[in-house]
Design a protein around this ligand. Structure first.
Ligand SMILES: [Zn+2]
Length: 201
């Protein structure tokens, strides 16, 4: 049992090459469908990852939504928060999750039926969703990684991150400027971030 779990973890840790390839749009697939599926999947997975540290992410430990001392995110949603507002991380993440949930549950934005077309704003909206989701990775990696390591979830989180990173890079969905806070870590865990490497058999 343990052995097979370990093997599984190792496999996912070493799956960078596959992850780089699996994000590519399969032949015959619609790009919007492909993006929609991934946005929903990443939302669910990142939500779960944050759930594993949320007990340790409080107004006291994290009075701002930061990524170290150099990066801080302000919340604005055009509704309750019209101006970018400094919020404690747990509040920021809760608003972010609610906001994304509202978007992906709106069938005019994320149509369920193939008869309903995607809105013209679909890709820009997904860019915004993924950019905001990335901030959760930033906060978790920089402020709560000890907890992730403690519960043994590091390979899982790294795999999710790699998958996310390769996906947003493949379709240019998160700007380099936004990816900056985790640049060094990305170079470490996604060493094959540039061209698609030749698969060794
Ligand atoms: Zn926190």
């Amino acid at each position: 049992m343990r052995y097979s779990l370990h093997k599984q973890a190792q496999a996912s840790l070493n799956s960078g090459i596959n992850l780089r390839a699996v994000v590519q749009l399969p032949e015959g697939e619609e790009l919007n469908d492909w993006i929609a599926v991934h946005v929903v999947d990443f939302f669910n997975r990142i939500n779960l990852i944050y759930g594993t540290v949320s007990e340790y992410c409080t107004d006291e430990t994290c009075p701002t939504m930061s990524g170290g001392s150099r990066f801080e995110y302000l919340w604005a949603d055009g509704a309750k928060y019209k101006k970018p507002t400094q919020l404690p991380a747990p509040q920021y993440v809760a608003l972010l999750i609610d906001w994304i949930e509202t978007q992906i549950n709106d069938e005019t934005l994320f149509p369920i039926s193939t008869e309903v077309p995607f809105p013209k704003t679909f890709v820009p909206l997904c860019r915004k969703i993924l950019t905001r989701l990335f901030r959760v990775f930033v906060h978790v990696y920089i402020h709560h990684f000890d907890r992730i390591v403690y519960i043994g979830a590091e390979p899982h989180v790294n795999t999710c991150y790699k998958h996310f990173y390769y996906f947003v890079k493949e379709f240019d969905l998160v700007s380099s400027k936004e990816l900056e806070p985790l640049k060094e870590m990305t170079a470490r865990i996604c060493p094959d971030a540039s061209p698609v490497p030749v698969r060794k058999l």
